[in-house]
Design a protein around this ligand. Structure first.
Ligand code: FAD
Length: 391
């Protein structure tokens, strides 16, 4: 049975259907039993626990959003809640899922034609094919809407890709990577499903990360990588189509940010109830209660926002600005929250053993990927003022 989280103070989970709650209950059981006990060690070693991939697939986690693969009709609030439950245990695991089923499968679902969707989505839902999403480049991060340097040149029935990508999640071990490149023909951004075994494609792990250490990010080099026209996403004709994928995933990153904050908050509540200073639990000191209540306020406000942003998606009303506002706000609130939780643990806040340090470190990457706070702020700023302030 689904038990509401104590940190769901306003009972937002009442928006979920019974069947959705049942899936979440099973997911939480699995995560508590098989994932929570191992993530600190994997985080420290900067390795990905590949043994969790199939069990997640068997629970339908990668299949949920897509018409071709969904096991039952489910809501965007539910899918967001999946991201929350994952990140509550480990934000890297949530990121891995977000790349597989949001960015990679999302690109194929939104940008692909029916043949491409039928070919790839079932295999990816079963995790028989692992995907990655290559947009960011060494010289183009926030400005990737206009600044991409990777070029796709048409050659008969094929395309030849040249360029480089940076930060690409899952890409050290993905079977395919969706590469976004500027067409030499019309200058527009197009997407290509690139099998990673294609000659000329190399991916090198980015070492020494201090955030989301479990996620395997790669630098990719593309040297005369040849892919057939049938691997070009047939319905992705400009960056506007890429942005459709990012709108969906940004909203889910906002959910993951809430989950990451909740993970730290729960650990802080537990620790402050047990740690004795001045003859009583530190949770009974007023200033410590203030930290916990500020953390809960951030979580509660963010949760309200992400629930509504997902409802807007189901109502067909969600815009880029809605998703951008939720991502900017929830990740900022998360960053403050994990800091407060760290503070509440004193010195023990910075070691992995007490359940806060990993969430604190992971917050930094979540804050910056899928559009930094500044970029998401400028997207909303353009909407409310009518003035684009990017350049
Ligand atoms: P920059 O664009 O160089 O920005 C640096 C700073 O300048 C930021 O604070 C930014 O907000 C600010 N800035 C830039 N322009 C402006 C402006 N006009 N006005 C105000 N401020 C500005 N990318 C992928 O394609 N696929 C992935 O799977 C992926 N996974 C990632 C995983 C991790 C762990 C990380 C860290 C990144 C990942 N990324 C991925 C890349 C991520 O999306 C970029 O890091 C992000 O978009 C920011 O780009 P940047 O790092 O190049 O920073």
């Amino acid at each position: 049975d689904y038990t509401p989280l104590v940190s769901d103070f306003y009972g937002y989970s009442e928006a979920l259907a019974d069947r959705e709650k049942a899936v979440l209950a099973d997911l939480r059981d699995y995560l508590e039993r098989d994932v929570r006990p191992i993530v600190d060690d994997y985080w420290e070693r900067a390795e990905f626990p590949t043994q969790i991939v199939k069990p997640l697939a068997e629970q339908g986690i990668f299949a949920m959003p897509w018409e071709e693969t969904k096991p039952f009709e489910n809501s965007a609030v539910f899918r967001g809640w999946v991201a929350l439950e994952l990140a509550r245990i480990d934000a890297s695991v949530a990121t891995f899922v977000g790349v597989q089923n949001g960015l990679a499968m999302g690109s194929i679902s939104i940008g692909g034609d029916e043949t491409q969707r039928r070919e790839w989505l079932p295999k990816m839902a079963a995790a028989d094919v692992i995907g990655a999403f290559g947009l960011t480049e060494p010289l183009s991060g926030s400005d990737s809407a206009q600044g991409l340097r990777t070029v796709a040149t048409r050659d008969g029935d094929d395309w030849i890709l040249n360029g480089s990508k940076r930060w690409i999640g899952n890409a050290t071990w993905s079977d395919i990577t969706v590469i976004w490149a500027k067409s030499a023909e019309d200058g527009q951004v197009k997407g290509f499903i690139v099998p990673t075994s294609t000659p000329g494609y190399t991916a090198t792990k980015i070492e020494r990360k201090q955030s989301l250490r479990i996620v395997q990010n790669a630098d990719i080099v593309l040297e005369n990588v040849r892919v057939p026209e049938s691997n070009r996403l047939q319905n992705a004709n400009s960056f506007r189509d890429t942005a459709k994928v990012l709108r969906l995933t940004r909203a889910e990153v906002a959910w993951a940010a809430v989950g990451n904050a909740i993970g730290a908050y729960e650990a802080a509540v537990k620790y402050t109830g047990e740690r004795i200073q001045f003859g009583k639990p530190i949770a009974s000191h007023q200033l410590v209660q203030n930290m916990l209540v500020k953390a809960l306020s951030n979580i509660t406000a963010s949760l309200g926002m992400v629930v509504r942003v997902s409802q807007l998606l189901d109502e067909g009303k969600q815009t880029d600005e809605h998703a951008a506002l939720a991502k900017a706000y929830a990740t900022s609130a998360m960053r403050e929250t994990v800091g407060l939780c760290r503070e509440a643990l004193g010195g023990n806040g910075i070691v992995l053993d007490h359940g806060v340090a990993r969430h604190m470190a992971d917050a930094e990457a979540i804050y910056s990927y899928e559009g930094t706070r500044e970029m998401n702020t400028l997207i909303v700023g353009r909407k409310i003022t009518g003035q684009a302030a990017f350049v």
